[in-house]
Design a protein around this ligand. Sequence first.
Ligand code: SF4
Ligand code: SF4
Length: 442
Amino acid sequence: MDIKELQKIMQENGVVGAGGAGFPTYMKLTDKAEIILMNCAECEPLLKLHRQLLEKHAYEIMKTFDMVAETVGASQAIIGIKKSYVQTINALNQHIEEFPRVKMHLLDEVYPMGDEVVLIYEATGRVVRPGGLPIEQGVAVFNVETLYNVYRAVEEHKPVTCKYVSVVAEVENPVTVKVPLGCTLEEVVAQAGGTTVKDPVYFVGGPMMGRIGNGSDPVTKTTNAILVLPKDHVIVMKKQRTSSIDLKRAASICCHCHTCTDLCPRHNLGHPIDPAMFMMAASNQDFRNVNPYINSAFCSSCGVCEMYACPQSLAPRTLLADMKGGLRKAGIRPPQGVQPKPVQESREYRKVPEERLMARLGLTRYDKDAPLQEELVNVSKVKVLLSQHIGAPAQAIVNVGDMVTEGQMIAQPAQGLSVGIHATISGKVTEVTDRHVVIARN
Ligand code: SF4
Ligand code: SF4
């Protein structure tokens, strides 16, 4: 198979990064990739989906990874996996001799190891420039579930219609389930036997970078986990604070200790992001030097500064995100061509151990197994979003009243960066807008 052919299969079958921002996979398939990297670092605490999926489908995923390396002409195919994932490593070791190009790189249990920029440095020693793409360093990164979706598209001719989602924390039976895209968060949580607290809050994603969701929100191609938390949990309270309060608190109690910058994973890789300098400038409304504001563009929103580092429980990440959004709205683009400084010598000693992070966030008691169930959950209705990826939303090609079958394309890729969207259950189309298609099962 050549690159163009594989790209076409990926775009038509709607394969995008299964997590994060949902970057269309076909755009990562290029002959500029010298190294391809499989991300099995499970960035967020409590999440176990990728190690489980890779353990269960080790052969299929490795075979696909090797095929992608062959197709793009990469000389190395590295699986970045945390050394504590012993069962998954054992499963990989059973097949690794069959794929001489594939190697494992064992990673420490630190956060945010799954951040592409951090992972690339750890596994290859290459530093992606601030605001740059991994491919500029000759690297393309794919997560485990994305590669499994590539396998299904290539080998089984199946488009992306379902998602594995872990349901953890305040639920009867933590579990990882396979659900049709477009079902509700509530339907997913029900698979864990229901919640164990009154007025639960659904935290979608992970504890560090997730967001508070509504029970009626649809599952998308990037929904990895639902954390069910009590409404007075520290993570929920932090998320619900407003930026104006955050700024006032910063002005009154930031002690300029610099810990947020010292522990910032991007700063330690030589990127010009400096949360302490930003907090000082923003809380004093000091605009003599605009760099701390402009450099907010290089924040990855990992949350180390506000969820772990700050002794005063301030919110540099939230305020930086506000600034980034404001600059974008004003049409101010991030500075181009910025080169990183050398990696900080102290970086090794400033990594955030995941165990300490979980303890600080009050999550240790939720660190339990969430076994993977492969049987597809049955729902009666789905609301399939037309934009589940970075780029242009797909364009609906069905009308109200049409009968569709699972896997049928219901929205075609738009011009530019875009992928197709497919029916995730068989049934009748009951609603079509420029944002979604609703299908009711027969
Ligand atoms: S969220 Fe904080 S720690 Fe993370 S990259 Fe941004 S400034 Fe650095
Ligand atoms: S860690 Fe907190 S108190 Fe220290 S400089 Fe950063 S924002 Fe201020």
